[in-house]
Design a protein around this ligand. Structure first.
Ligand code: HPA
Length: 270
């Protein structure tokens, strides 16, 4: 796996020598932010040798390199999901790759279902912690000693410092933020109401299909991590209506302006 990541890095370095300070992953419906930065270059995932790309046409994303004010960032516009059929180690390869490019901090974003009944669609949530009981650890397999230790501590995956930075940035933007625990399930199906009750009883506030394993891989290699969930819908059973991807997209669209403002401010201040 280490050689595979190094191969991807070499493939990128043949094209561009950009040194990002911050890595950003844009979730479902939130990808538009990448078009607003001062873009230096882009690399389509399909042009990176060995990179796990979706076989579904039109589904592959790209790395966008550029600047938010003076801060150099690499942004993933489109991520790799476990439900697409990849090994979990491939799912987190892009995260590790951005770390290897030089990013010391990472901002992860996603669309998620709210399982805290006080939440409402359109809320933005600072991720304070996560639960990955429902998915394999991305660190299973031979440990990559070059990146981190075999048994990494996970007592502060989401940096308390960055949680505070996000809160201050949100206040300055006049955006109300929630804070809570994200639980990752495999997807691609949405959860059953019983699974959502289980998640709630575990202490989860939001359910999703992506971010927690990326946070683990980033934490393993010593990156400082923070995350924002866009609550696009109430999770199954809390929501009175059936869930569908269209609703997820529509809610993400509605909060896109607030989201973009917040993310830009967080990047500059993290
Ligand atoms: N469950 C899981 N993932 C999601 C949801 C949900 O309700 N909404 C958006 N992503």
């Amino acid at each position: 796996m280490y050689n595979k990541i190094m191969g991807c890095l070499a493939s990128i370095r043949e094209k561009i020598d950009f040194q990002p300070e911050i890595a950003v992953v844009l979730g479902s419906g939130l990808g538009d932010f990448a078009n607003e930065i001062r873009i230096a270059d882009t690399i389509s995932y399909t042009d990176i040798e060995g990179f796990p790309v979706s076989t579904v046409k039109g589904h592959a994303g790209k790395f966008v390199f550029g600047y938010v004010e003076e801060t150099p960032v690499v942004i993933m516009q489109g991520r790799v999901h476990y439900y697409e059929g990849y090994e979990m180690s491939d799912v987190v390869l892009p995260t590790r790759l951005m770390g290897m490019m030089g990013a010391k901090k990472i901002l992860l974003t996603n669309a998620a279902g709210g399982c805290n009944p006080e939440f409402k669609p359109g809320d933005l949530m600072i991720i304070s912690d996560h639960i990955t009981t429902g998915v394999p650890s991305p660190l299973i397999g031979k440990n990559i000693e070059e990146l981190g230790t075999r048994f990494p501590d996970m007592s502060e995956v989401y940096s308390r410092r960055l949680q505070e930075v996000m809160k201050v940035c949100a206040d300055e933007c006049g955006i109300e933020m929630r804070k809570g625990v994200y639980v990752q399930f495999t997807g691609p199906n949405y959860e059953t109401p019983a699974e959502v009750r289980l998640a709630r009883s575990w202490g989860a506030d939001a359910v999703g299909m992506s971010t927690a394993v990326e946070a683990m891989a980033a934490n393993h290699m010593g990156m400082e991590v923070c995350g924002i969930s866009c609550i696009t819908n109430m999770a199954a059973g809390i929501s009175k209506v059936q869930l569908n991807h269209k609703e997820v997209q529509e809610t993400a669209d509605k909060v896109a302006d607030d989201f973009k403002k917040l993310v830009a401010k967080v990047i500059v201040n993290m």
